[in-house]
Design a protein around this ligand. Structure first.
Ligand SMILES: Nc1ncnc2c1ncn2[C@@H]1O[C@H](COP(=O)(O)OP(=O)(O)O)[C@@H](O)[C@H]1O
Ligand SMILES: [Mg+2]
Length: 239
């Protein structure tokens, strides 16, 4: 049984969803549709075996990991019917506080460095209906921090309270952080950016993760697909 989050005092912060949260800002767009399709595929995979915690990573910087992680968390939360946590584990270049325009507070780094209770550090982001554990402000080397012995326990504590835990990470090719985190979750989603992510880095990332761990590839920013959707949108009453 999942412990009831209602018993834990969690601060709520209201944000104004911006353009990158396409599932809220433009729910009828092809992009939002693809996120709902991804949710369906994840549910199907979840019916076959344990699938609750997911690392979102990509080969290189700026592929769209954080964008995908936030949109995915939003569709998985199903307007509050599911308890979803987004863990910001890119301790090198945390971006979520800025993107969501919330104050940067202690988070994962402080849980690992000072033993901060992760349940005391999460905040509910409204109207997205999911919870956020921010990166925090690491004093030491972020990559070493993610290899601290307490990380599995921190993730376990959190995972037991949620239906889904999404872990946003740094890029794979220059850093080992995402690889370490991938060992502690059920599956990995690899984001590739159309026209940007170099092919050799995709092979490198897939090779490092190994077969069986990658639940799916997400092709971010695929314009051709959008054009195809546009063409048939009228037929399905989306215009
Ligand atoms: N599909 C997209 N279309 C347009 N801009 C995007 C798209 N995905 C991401 N971006 C933009 O690209 C930049 C990098 O995205 P981000 O999600 O922060 O990447 P990462 O976390 O992989 O470094 C951000 O400015 C974001 O707004
Ligand atoms: Mg990011």
């Amino acid at each position: 049984m999942r412990p009831d989050l209602g018993q834990i005092a969690v601060e709520k912060v209201e944000i104004t969803p911006e353009q990158r949260l396409i599932v809220l800002s433009d729910p009828r767009s092809p992009g939002a549709d693809r996120f709902r399709y991804l949710r369906m595929r994840l549910r199907e995979l979840g019916a076959k075996g344990q699938l609750k915690s997911l690392v979102v990573t990509s080969p290189t910087p700026q592929d769209g990991k954080s964008t995908v992680a936030m949109n995915l968390a939003t569709v998985l939360a199903e307007s509050g019917r599911r308890q979803v946590l987004l863990v910001e584990a890119d301790l090198h270049r945390p971006s979520l506080a800025k993107t969501l325009a919330v104050t940067a507070l202690p988070g994962l780094a402080e849980c690992l460095e000072n033993g901060l209770n992760p349940l005391d550090a999460i905040r509910k982001i409204e109207p997205l209906h999911w919870y956020l554990l921010q990166a925090g402000n690491p004093l030491g080397n972020p990559t070493e921090l993610l290899q601290t012995a307490s990380l599995p326990a921190v993730l376990d504590t959190l995972t037991s309270h949620f239906d889904w835990v999404i872990v946003d990470t740094p890029p794979m090719v220059p850093l080992t952080d995402a690889l370490c985190l991938s060992r502690l979750v059920d599956a990995v989603l690899l984001v590739l950016r159309a026209g940007k992510t170099p092919q050799d880095t995709v092979h490198e990332a897939l090779g490092l993760l190994g077969p069986g761990k990658v639940a799916g590839l997400i092709f971010n920013g695929a314009e051709d697909l959008s054009r195809l959707y546009e063409k048939y949108a009228g037929y399905y009453g989306r215009k």
